[in-house]
Design a protein around this ligand. Structure first.
Ligand code: NAD
Length: 214
């Protein structure tokens, strides 16, 4: 399937639709309506149809989408061709928790390497993944064809680590450190910050509002 230009939010929603479909396979049977997907994702049916149209999914919303074909279309759009190798930098509490979460899941995304500066961690294996010294980052990333990395180092180290990753060929970063990374615009950076999300929850909960759309 030809990759069209879709927004980051659409890509996020498409991933959520896939998860909902996989969790609801028993419930849906062979076909599913946009309003059923919308209901399980707390979105509108119109939004679901727009997102699926944007990726060129040609199912018929009136007679329901064929679940198998829809899952195949979502996979063709979202997934790497083969598998996608990723690395984590910073094998502290968060890095180790994420490694345990990612390992052994049926996903095209494969945690393949870990890095740290701590001599007590270098050489160890966490959730089946070997932890290397950051000094060996360029050769390990090249050898394992890794172009995507997660950053779980202390905030003051994150920019430096990000620059090391980019110099070693990384083009996509999922940053958990609470800092804004300044990198070339060709590098795709996504930030995850639990505190920001919690503050948002607290704000909207206080205001008695419920978020309707993602
Ligand atoms: P931690 O201190 O347990 O782990 C940090 C790890 O990074 C250590 O193993 C350390 O040796 C390593 N490290 C330090 N400098 C490095 C460098 N230059 N290169 C490679 N490795 C290096 O900390 P933690 O609790 O795991 O938190 C890690 C980061 O994640 C922090 O920035 C923290 O603020 C952030 N965090 C974010 C969220 C979130 O929701 N996004 C939640 C918890 C923690």
């Amino acid at each position: 399937m030809k990759k069209r230009k879709v927004s980051a939010r659409s890509v996020e929603r498409l991933s959520i639709y896939r998860r909902a479909l996989l969790h609801g396979l028993q419930e849906y049977g062979a076909s599913v309506y946009s309003h059923e997907i919308a209901h399980s994702c707390q979105l509108t049916a119109a939004q679901v149809r727009r997102d699926l149209m944007a990726i060129g999914y040609s199912g018929n919303p009136n007679s329901g989408y064929n679940v198998k074909r829809l899952l195949a279309s979502l996979a063709a759009f979202l997934d790497c061709h083969n598998s996608c190798a990723v690395a984590i930098v910073g094998m502290g509490y968060l890095g180790r928790a994420i490694a345990a979460h990612l390992t052994g899941r049926p996903s095209k995304i494969r945690l393949t390497a870990a890095f740290d500066v701590d001599l007590d961690k270098i050489g160890l294996t966490f959730s089946g993944v070997r932890c290397h010294s950051v000094r060996h980052m360029p050769e390990v990333l090249a050898d394992k064809h890794i172009e995507i990395a997660l950053i779980t180092v202390p905030a003051e180290q994150a920019q430096h680590v990000a620059e090391q990753l980019v110099a070693a060929g990384v083009v996509g970063i999922l940053n958990f450190a609470p800092v804004v990374l300044r990198l070339h615009e060709r590098i795709y950076v996504e930030n995850i910050d639990m505190i920001v999300s919690l503050e948002k929850v607290a704000f909207f909960a206080r205001a008695g509002q419920r978020r309707k759309a993602r």
